[in-house]
Design a protein around this ligand. Structure first.
Ligand SMILES: *[C@@H]1O[C@H](CO)[C@@H](O)[C@H](O)[C@H]1NC(C)=O
Ligand SMILES: *[C@@H]1O[C@H](CO)[C@@H](O)[C@H](O)[C@H]1NC(C)=O
Ligand SMILES: *[C@@H]1O[C@H](CO)[C@@H](O)[C@H](O)[C@H]1NC(C)=O
Ligand SMILES: *[C@@H]1O[C@H](CO)[C@@H](O)[C@H](O)[C@H]1NC(C)=O
Ligand SMILES: *[C@@H]1O[C@H](CO)[C@@H](O)[C@H](O)[C@H]1NC(C)=O
Ligand SMILES: *[C@@H]1O[C@H](CO)[C@@H](O)[C@H](O)[C@H]1NC(C)=O
Length: 498
């Protein structure tokens, strides 16, 4: 007798395959959280007091996690510092920390809360993931005791790590990431000794984790997660202060997702008083949803449907040669007068856009930037300039930049080009920006008045031009190609300390 009786494991495999093939897209969520801080200045508190504050924040995060799950989200990312804030010294932070094990221990904290001692924050996060059946990504602090048998052990006998944790929809602890690129003010944390390439496979693609300055400073772990480990989606808890005109949160995250051609789920803190707001869900072809709010004090949940595997999407672009177009131009020597002005402590070489329509070139060291544009309607007192920067940035971290930027100047004084300015009235019909970059890591940024992005309004051509598709919908603050030349970076601080 011949029957088509499949062994039980084959049925299971078919079910898994069907589920996987059915899932071309998924719903992701990020939550911008108005974190409750411990105070204005560092304060020594007991572990009980610390837990009380963390539970207040976790109560709010739980509301967002529950709401995201109810709307069909498979995963939610919450911000860096979202559970206890950032006003700390090493000593005052200590009460907030838990010893977070290696995920290889195979642990569901919600089911076995006491297996590794007293870990109320890990248990609560795990229970939220399990109870609402959603992957939860959070940022907290890890402590690792050490002693003189370890020559790099800090004097107070412990490492303190800025840490991202991930729980799957059973509440199982699946990933732990120690931040490698600490920001200048994070003196209360230790650097991870090595960059950690934390990534894992889920029914909605391969996910990688890093945090905040990891997206700006050293090459690792961010670039290898994308290029070597081929992750589909970056989980990005952050606490990002907006830096106009080139480093506002949503502007830079959107540009990084586009330049690296991956999804980025970016959850920022909400503290307008500190200039911290700007979260979103960003894909290789532009922002899916984003939020920037300097007006209210409220948190915000964002959801969007995104590709499981962007690389398999029909709109996935081929790699860009960022220097091809500009290098092909014949007379790329600047004809218009240049001046120097700085963008966030970097001295750019600028030229003023003195006409309504034109082609301008400006060069600094090895980088020449080229702009073709047509202004539709210029506000009389508004000045725009094209700038080039090719050099090492040295404030709050050292990293090598090559940047071409069209910016609105703050006022009619040319020295004000590159200063922070957040509104504009001048409309452009057309913009095409390119540069002779020596790096393939170039992030295409477009920022419109009032820190708005321009989804669908620009595209990157294979020859490295960032061009507008139509007249731009709102007045322009900046259009830039933000290049990172990693080979010219100085060594990581850990490899230079003795
Ligand atoms: C020092 O730390 C090591 C590794 O953590 C541990 O095995 C050892 O017992 C510790 N020694 C003392 C004296 O605490
Ligand atoms: C990009 O184009 C330039 C100019 O034609 C060429 O020299 C360079 O090798 C290309 N770069 C890559 C990565 O293909
Ligand atoms: C940038 O220019 C200013 C003013 O000319 C100068 O004081 C400063 O040293 C320059 N910075 C660098 C890094 O060259
Ligand atoms: C700018 O350059 C483009 C392409 O080379 C050319 O078609 C256009 O006429 C130029 N515009 C001006 C105002 O020179
Ligand atoms: C921008 O210009 C205005 C005057 O036009 C000035 O008051 C303000 O301080 C400038 N902003 C910055 C960031 O320098
Ligand atoms: C950088 O690129 C420019 C223009 O393509 C080229 O002339 C220069 O040799 C390159 N410099 C380095 C160090 O690769």
């Amino acid at each position: 007798m011949l029957t088509f009786q499949l062994p039980i494991y084959a049925i299971f495999l078919i079910a898994v395959a069907l589920k996987a093939s059915a899932l071309d897209t998924y719903i992701a969520a990020v939550y911008e959280h108005a974190v409750i801080l411990s105070g204005e200045t560092p304060k020594l508190v007991t572990p009980e007091e610390a837990l009380r504050l963390m539970n207040q924040n976790l109560d709010i995060l739980e509301g967002a996690i529950k709401a995201a799950a109810a709307q069909g989200a498979q995963i939610i990312v919450t911000p860096e510092d979202g559970i206890y804030g950032w006003v700390f010294t090493r000593e005052t932070l200590y009460s907030y920390l838990e010893d977070i094990p290696d995920p290889q221990v195979n642990w569901i904290p919600c089911n076995e809360p006491e297996r590794f001692g007293f870990n109320p924050v890990q248990v609560r996060l795990s229970c939220m993931a399990k109870n609402y059946f959603i992957y939860v990504v959070a940022n907290m602090g890890d402590k690792k005791p050490c002693n003189s048998s370890d020559p790099t052990c800090p004097r107070d006998g412990r490492y303190q790590y800025n840490t991202n944790v991930v729980y799957d929809w059973e509440g199982k602890f699946v990933a732990r990431y120690h931040k490698y690129n600490l920001f200048a003010s994070e003196i209360y944390f230790n650097y991870a000794k090595e960059p950690q390439f934390v990534n894992f496979i889920t029914p909605f693609g391969k996910l990688g984790v890093f945090t905040c300055a990891d997206m700006l400073q050293f090459r690792e772990p961010a670039i290898s997660l994308v290029e070597k480990f081929n992750v589909d989606t970056i989980l990005f808890p952050t606490a990002w202060t907006n830096g106009l005109p080139l480093l506002s949160a949503v502007q830079y995250f959107a540009a990084w997702a586009m330049g690296m051609r991956v999804n980025v789920l970016a959850a920022n803190i909400h503290k307008p008083r500190w200039d911290i707001t700007g979260s979103g869900i960003f894909a290789h072809d532009g922002p899916k949803v984003y939020h920037f709010d300097m007006e209210t004090q409220n948190g915000k949940l964002l959801l969007a449907e995104i590709d499981v595997h962007p690389r398999l999407s029909p709109t996935y672009p081929p790699p860009v040669n960022w220097s091809l177009y500009a290098s092909s131009l014949k007379h790329l020597s600047p004809e218009s007068p240049v001046f120097t002005a700085s963008i966030y402590f970097d001295n750019f070489t600028f030229t003023e856009l003195s006409q309504e329509v034109g082609n301008y070139t400006v060069c600094q060291k090895g980088l020449c930037c080229h702009l073709s544009y047509r202004i539709a309607q210029r506000q009389k007192d508004e000045v725009y300039a094209l700038g080039a920067f090719d050099g090492l940035h040295v404030i709050e971290g050292q990293y090598y930049l090559q940047i071409c930027a069209l910016v609105k100047c703050n006022n009619t004084d040319l020295k004000s080009c590159g200063q922070e300015v957040d509104s504009a009235h001048t409309r452009f019909d057309y913009v095409s920006l390119s540069g002779t970059f020596n790096t393939s890591y170039v992030f295409p940024e477009v920022l419109l008045t009032e820190t708005q992005l321009a989804p669908g309004e620009f595209q990157v051509l294979n020859d490295g031009r960032l061009v507008s598709n139509h007249p731009i919908s709102k007045p322009v603050l900046s259009v830039s190609l933000f290049g990172r030349w990693f080979e010219k970076d100085p060594p990581h601080p850990l490899s230079t300390s003795s």
